[in-house]
Ligand binder design. Structure first.
Ligand SMILES: [Zn+2]
Length: 444
């Protein structure tokens, strides 16, 4: 409806139009804003959606069909070719319109005159995000999020198969698996969950105005029971350096583990050879041979320790490596320890950071007693001394009191969440979150 349209409409027509719009909006089923009614009587209705007053346009709602492209959709409705072309090119720096997917809904806002000229194209990327192509004047292409509020949601699950399968079976948003994997990267190997492992989560979930749940944004608190151990995680934003949300356990320890700087204790070592891709090595007749490890020289029999928690995935004797162990820490990192005199671990064993896994020796290709420490990231050997490894400090003393006070409530809440199949009498009301750190309780 243009300004012109509004001026010539007599009141009675306005009223009829108002009623017609009510029916129309009902048919779309997506009206979000109340119609505006003032003391002076019925005014022009307002139906704000996607940042546009839908009343101002003739709205066509459809879904992407096989063979549809943005250009095809718009040009078949006589949109300006140059503008459509410009929009298509412009979109490549934001949401690329070539990536529109079959079955996704879109709207075309057309002029309300007899020309019904397509002016705006709105594509719904998902429940939360949408892309707007505005051809009215200067071509504009942008991505927006629907307004949402965060609500607190309580979830729990018992692992059957993978985490992904478990969440899917229980109808839980898959974002949760990514969030959990990030939080517990150093504690739990999500590729090796056990049947019967279980979790409870207090999550912040996005809720759109029409009540649609549009995905988990973050986790406030969680507890994961894995192989008989219980791992708590509470979100806190108390790191003055990073200003980022970190997760700490019930004792105030960071959930992010860092690697020990060396696989030997007490500085009883010297680095005899660093990671060096150009190293010439006497053992091989001084030919260049990449050294993808760091050698720590120490007397035969010196204990070698695991630099982080993990699972021993190799513990054997093989060729030039001699007696060695390899530990998988998480989906990203593994470490390897070569030339041992003897092993103190077996394949499949879980080790904690600092556990003695073997002793310095001279097995395999080596000219003196040392451990060759190899550091694997995503399946490739890298130099740990150059890697930006995650830092992990516990809660600062100055925040400890408020932290332990703060976690009391989520700790109790977690305890009250039932596992699937348990009775549900203790379930909590939905809580609306005004600020992710400050909570206000609302009646269900
Ligand atoms: Zn080496």
């Amino acid at each position: 409806m243009t300004e012109f349209c509004k001026m010539v409409l007599p009141d009675i027509v306005k009223t009829l139009y108002f009623l017609a719009m009510l029916l129309l909006l009902g048919a779309c089923g997506s009206s979000t804003d109340p119609l505006s009614i003032t003391k002076s009587g019925v005014e022009m209705p307002v139906d704000m959606q996607f940042g546009f007053n839908m009343i101002d346009f003739e709205v066509e709602l459809d879904t992407i069909r096989s063979g549809d492209t943005f250009g095809k959709i718009m040009l078949s409705r006589d949109a300006d070719f140059q503008k459509v072309d410009q929009a298509a090119r412009q979109s490549r720096s934001s949401f690329d319109l070539r990536k529109i997917q079959l079955g996704k809904p879109y709207r075309i806002l057309k002029s309300c005159d007899s020309l019904q000229q397509p002016l705006v194209f709105i594509y719904e990327n998902d429940f939360l995000n949408y892309t707007v192509v505005d051809l009215r004047e200067e071509v504009k292409v942008y991505e927006q999020k629907h307004p949402y509020e965060l609500v607190e949601r309580q979830l729990s699950g018992v692992i059957e198969g993978s985490l992904y399968e478990t969440l899917q079976r229980q109808g839980i948003d898959q974002n949760l698996s990514q969030e959990l994997a990030n939080i517990y990267a150093w504690n739990i190997d999500f590729f090796r969950l056990y049947e019967g492992d279980k979790f409870k989560v207090i999550a912040h979930e996005r809720k759109l105005r029409d009540g649609t749940m549009a995905g988990i944004k973050s986790i406030k608190a969680a507890v994961f029971e894995h192989r008989g151990d219980t791992y708590y995680a509470f979100a806190a934003n108390v790191n003055e350096k990073t200003l980022q949300t970190e997760y700490y356990d019930e004792k105030g320890e960071s959930l992010r583990r860092t690697f020990l700087k060396a696989p030997l204790k007490f500085n009883a070592y010297r680095i005899s050879s660093r990671y060096n891709l150009q190293r010439k090595i006497a053992f091989y007749g001084n030919r260049t041979r990449a050294h993808k490890g760091t050698d720590y020289a120490a007397p035969v029999g010196t204990p070698i320790i695991a630099t982080a928690d993990g699972e021993v995935i190799e513990a054997t004797r093989r060729g030039g490596n001699g007696i060695y162990a390899k530990i998988r820490h998480n989906g990203t990192y593994s470490t390897q320890y070569l030339h041992m005199k003897a092993l103190n671990v077996k394949k499949g064993q879980r080790v904690r950071q600092g556990d003695i896994i073997g002793w310095i020796g001279m097995t395999g290709n080596t000219s003196g007693p040392h451990v060759c420490y190899r550091f694997w990231k995503n399946g490739r050997q890298v130099d740990p001394l150059q890697e930006k490894l995650p830092a992990a400090a516990p809660i600062a003393k100055s925040f400890a009191t408020s932290y332990f006070e703060y976690i009391k409530l989520p700790f109790e809440q977690l305890a009250c969440i039932p596992y699937p199949g348990e009775n549900d009498l203790n379930s909590w009301p939905e809580i609306t979150i005004n600020n992710e750190n400050a909570l206000t309780s609302k009646k269900p």
